[in-house]
Design a protein around this ligand. Sequence first.
Ligand code: ADP
Ligand code: ZN
Ligand code: ZN
Length: 728
Amino acid sequence: MNPLVQVAVKSPVYGVFDYRWKAASPIIAGTRVTVPFGRRQVIGVVVAAIEHSDVPSGKLRAVHKVHDEKPVLPEDLLKLLQWASRYYHYPLGEVLGSALPVLLRKGHEAVIAERDYYRWVPHEAESGLSRAAPVQQRLLEYLREHDGRPVAVDALRAISPGWRKSMEPLLERGWVACDTAIEVPRNHAAETGPALSDEQAVAVQAVQQTLGSFTSFLLRGVTGSGKTEVYLRCIEEAGKRGLQSLVLVPEISLTPQLMSRFERRISGCLVSLHSGLNDNERLQNWLCAAEGHADVVIGTRSSILAALPRLGLIIIDEEHDGSLKQQDGFRYHARDLALMRARDRQCPVVLGTATPSFETINNVKTGRFRELRLTQRAGNAIPPIMNLLDIRRRKLIEGMSDRLLDAIRDHLDKDGQALVFINRRGFAPTLLCNDCGAAADCRRCDAHMTVHVRQNRLRCHHCGSERPLPAVCDSCGSAELDRVGYGTERITDALQAEFPDVEIARIDRDSTRRKGALEKQLDKATTGQARILVGTQMLAKGHHFPKLTLVCILDADRGLFGTDFRSLEHMAQLTVQVAGRAGRETRQGTVLIQTRNPDNPMLQTLVREGYGAFADIAMADRRLADLPPFSFMALVRAEASAGQEAHAFLQQVSEVLLASRAGRLEVMGPAPAPMERLGGRYRAQLLLQSDRRSVLNDSLARLCTQIDQLPGARKCRWSIDVDPVDLF
Ligand code: ADP
Ligand code: ZN
Ligand code: ZN
């Protein structure tokens, strides 16, 4: 009788599948195998050896091929992923799949590529080196400057594309040697950091003391207060103790400045994991981390799932950022996985932000997290002055008040730089007919199309459909079409008309789509060549614009009346983050917030007393309303091509949940999603809430055993979102 093994296969069906093991090699959890699955052969991951299977032995099929000698998912990671599969109620095979680079999922070998490296060999006089061979001379010179340290091929190719031919005689003479080694990037940091402020020193020491044990820290400090400097010191210390550091950041491709700062400061092997890498680069960097070569891994959300055998420190920068939560498929929150992982690995986790999420503030208040504060800006920078600009009954020029434009003029006159923030790209969010009142709507969503004048098109920002900008109304044929509302394109045009001699950089997803465009725009912003910056939240994250003195926020009111219970929290975070771009060097910054609700107590608290006071009041409201973080939520979403099917299916789900609930569980709905029709499909949702996490979790677990058999399930696509960030 062959031994039995459980294999997780990427499949929407819950659970794992049993197979017979005929291979001579031992069964090792976390290794990849090819197994027959239905009529196909698929790659799965061994979860465990088992004694007994419920599948009759005649029906058990055999593992076809074993891919790895050692696990691609080591034990600790496998355990974390199994927990995550249960917590988020997402099939284990899918969860394990999302932890692996695409090439490993496809069966690519899990070995780091080998590369050639060249180095200078000490030798006597270089007799016979022809003057007529300048490339040889340059190569030799370059390698000599590196003093025997190995140089990778890329650098040599940069010297001359035909370098390889010129290298041959140098190798023959023994002046240069070539070694083949695995591809592990090595970084030689050239800079040391500044002397720490007292507060920074306290923070660094607190974290360093907990290396080797589990503690969660909130490192709270405004933009520019020196949080990154604290991370760097902690990482250095972890490195000295032979520990790997994992740094999660919201979006690396948006912040090229951050990566180069790490490179200038951290010696050793530094790798990044993010969406800008191609499949092979991603695999190489991932393996570099998994084999323990990488000392520091900097990555976006999914790098919390990277294999890290020497993991000793986790840092999450901008822990409040929405991008830490995966919004489709395996809907995990990287911050929550980080906490689980740190506890399991007995290492500290540092959450850094100026505007902590309410979840994190609550964790500090209940004593689960330790708070470290940086109250001063590093160097001499002083915090910006924030002012509300009442725009009721004021003359507006393209949505901007005369006082706002005067302020921009004033700052430009004094050699400052201004940032105008409007979180909407395109020219105008609506195209409205003046005669019949019809709006140009998306044909597949319950949404207006956005006018994009630069491309002469209408675009739906929800499903991506687009069509040419019409000359006449679709409904009545009138040519009286009004562009209503403002987006970055329109604001840029208006400002250009107002300040014709000034260069303006627009930074949003449209203006930065082409490769290199973002770097170019950021460069103009940093050097001050562009004196006015117009942009969306892309501008809010992590950038350092030394000349910036004025920040104008045009549409803060939108967040005051959002439909989601988190709208207000997100508005405040975004406002503070954008405001933080102002006055990062010696000149004090000014922030102007246009509003039609200058008496709104939340807005006033935020502006006068800051984010902390704001959060206290807003969180008291959450507590009264029994909303997270004071209760726990999950959302069951469904969508179908016909109107009533999603609703009917969720009605069945609701009945199952209510019949089997194991404690106080509120089931609200089904209700249509806030945008009911999206991409041509009808969507509905069911909101579950409980004051006990275990009740929510147990109810969902029970639901998952039955949900596929519900009569409506075949007509719908459904998903479960535990701890949803957005309720749509
Ligand atoms: P944050 O991550 O909180 O935005 P940074 O660490 O990027 O802050 O620091 C902001 C700026 O101040 C950077 O230019 C950094 O080099 C500088 N800085 C940080 N700490 C110090 C310090 N102790 N002394 C002088 N300059 C510092
Ligand atoms: Zn019309
Ligand atoms: Zn649409």
